[in-house]
Write a protein of this length. Structure first.
Lengths: 364, 196
């Protein structure tokens, strides 16, 4: 008995001593004093205590650089140019950089630590990204693991965005606040609210948080971000291909598009595993009855179970797209879904005459 | 009590009983970081430093705290905690006081926390009943041996980049085979000097 108590005491003592050592070291060693960050050659400048990452520092100063992974160095979105004070580029960053970017001093803001005065440059657009406060006004389950969330804006009360853009939702985690990117699913003419389509990822921090929220709760997000750009020329046909929660930007694009150009040609291809993953099909079929130029194709990739009923296509979605699309170079494509789907569909679309710059995609 | 002379332990831990080639410890970072000599040198020197210091720390904790209290079975846990905390501390220290060294070694330090060769050195020190001086030189020698091994492998892999390796063996496959051949070469020294 005394042996157990003694060993527990010794373990605790040693672990506490080691933790104390690290805390004290963190207090005195990781203290870099006050650093100054100058943005875009003087467009903005601010002082802050050093030690953290540049991404976090900019966020604290209400400058919202896009970052889908939340600062883990895995998405490569938070590129900024650091002209002085950033130190050499790290091996964690080089895979995301082209040769031109390496020469220009491009860095990932999440990997640059603020240890001295910095001079940085980034796109003016990021200075206009805002932080929004909203209230969850409606939660609607779409499938067994996907929910549609409607967020009414409180402050600021309006949002302007292009169809297919995304916002970064703020979610609590054991290591502090994190951000995850979610595409806006609602059409652009609804400016007082946004809708998101969120799939529950097992173990996912943000999706678990969003699925646990109930109506009336408040949440924060920043945006809009993203380079999806729908052509303003009504003669340019559109094709949208999605899978799972990749429905969100596509839903926004299609509804925004038919409000403005009722005659415009548009294909929607949506891939699901089985019947229980299908959603929004009724809405799109109703839209297709209203607008004959809109074609909607859903496909199930898993073999049908014995008593399962299904009217649409079966097999992978890129094969459906291959069967139905004719060669046409006056076409834009918007893809959103898992990487293998995007790659397969991109290949099909290139064969159908699309140019790479007309294919917009979002892999997740 | 171990009566092997200190010089024999030091030389032996580098060559004949090389911790990587004789015990195959620390393989994961050995396989991943042996692509370029620069990287291998960086990681190797970080391992030498951490192994040297943690062997001493662990010796002191084991023989002056655990043994008097008859808690030798806690050795495993204490060694791991000490290694992890030490690596964290060194990372902070180096980042603060030597940015150049940080960029050369710093990014490898987190990798070292889970390098089993370092835990292995602490455990061998206990199993072989080394005294303080022997342990110190064993820690240094084992670290140097590991660094030597990974630098040798990186040199060979840089050369292998130009050779025509059969497709199924490219990458890890051929590295494992080369590691085996080097290991046999190192074993050849065993007859001259075999430490226990």
């Amino acid at each position: 008995m005394s042996m157990i108590i003694l060993s527990v005491a010794v373990m605790t003592g040693i672990f506490v001593a080691l933790s104390l050592l690290l805390i004290v070291a963190g207090r005195y060693l990781a203290n870099y004093g006050t650093c100054t960050i100058v943005v875009n050659a003087g467009a903005a400048a601010f002082e802050l205590p050093g030690g953290g990452t540049l991404l976090k520092a900019l966020y604290d100063k209400k400058i919202f650089i896009p970052s889908a992974c939340g600062g883990k160095g895995s998405c490569g979105y938070c590129k900024v140019t650091v002209s002085s004070g950033g130190g050499p580029i790290l091996p964690t960053e080089t895979p995301f950089m082209s040769r031109a970017e390496l020469r220009a001093g491009t860095r990932l803001a999440c990997q640059v630590k603020v240890k001295q005065n910095l001079e940085i440059q980034f796109s003016e657009v990021y200075l206009s990204v805002k932080e929004f406060r909203g209230r969850l006004s409606r939660v609607r389950p779409l499938t067994h693991d996907i929910k549609e969330l409607t967020i009414e804006l409180i402050e600021p009360a309006q949002i302007g965005f292009r169809p297919g853009q995304y916002v970064q939702i703020q979610a609590p985690s054991p290591d502090g606040v994190i951000f995850r990117a979610y595409s806006i699913s609602s059409p652009i003419f609804q400016s007082d609210r946004i809708q998101l389509v969120v799939r529950l990822v097992p173990g996912g921090i943000a999706s678990t948080f969003l699925h646990s929220l109930s109506e009336g709760q408040e949440l924060f997000f920043t945006g809009p971000y993203g380079d999806f750009k729908l052509s303003e020329d009504p003669n340019v046909a559109v094709v949208c291909v999605g899978g799972g929660a990749g429905m969100a930007p596509i839903n926004s694009i299609i509804h925004s598009l038919y409000r403005k150009w009722p005659e415009r040609s548009c294909y929607l291809f949506f891939g699901c595993r089985s019947n229980r993953d299908v959603f929004y099909l009724d809405t799109f079929q109703a839209l297709a009855r209203e607008h004959p130029s809109f074609k909607v194709v859903y496909a199930l990739s898993d073999p049908l179970a014995a008593e399962e009923q299904w009217q649409g296509d079966t097999g992978f979605i890129h094969l459906s797209a291959d069967r139905r699309l004719e060669v046409n170079s006056k076409r834009q494509a918007f893809l959103c879904g898992p990487p293998p789907m995007i790659e397969a569909v991109t290949e099909i679309l290139m064969n159908k005459g699309l140019r790479m710059e007309d294919i917009f995609y979002d892999k997740f | 009590m171990n009566i092997t002379p200190v010089w024999a332990i030091f030389i032996g831990s580098i060559f004949t009983n090389n911790i990587l080639f004789a015990s195959f410890l620390g393989m994961c970072s050995f396989l991943v970081c042996s692509n370029k000599i620069d990287t291998a040198l960086g990681l190797g020197s970080a391992v030498v430093f951490v192994m040297f210091c943690t062997t001493i720390l662990n010796y002191v904790l084991y023989y002056y705290l655990l043994v008097p209290l008859k808690l030798e079975f806690l050795g495993f846990l204490i060694f791991i905690a000490v290694i992890a905390a030490f690596v964290q501390f060194v990372e902070m220290f180096v980042e603060r006081f030597s940015p150049d060294l940080y960029y050369a070694l710093g990014i490898f330090l987190p990798l070292i926390t889970v390098n089993c060769a370092i835990l292995g050195a602490a455990l061998f020190m206990v199993i072989r009943k080394y005294n303080f001086v022997q342990s110190t030189f064993y820690g240094l020698g084992a670290g140097l041996g590991w660094a030597l091994a990974i630098v040798l492998m990186a040199g060979l892999r840089e050369k292998m980049g130009y050779s025509n390796v059969p497709t199924p063996l490219r990458g890890t496959g051929v590295v494992m085979m080369v590691a085996g051949v080097i290991a046999m070469a190192f074993m050849g020294f065993a007859g001259m000097l075999n430490i226990q």
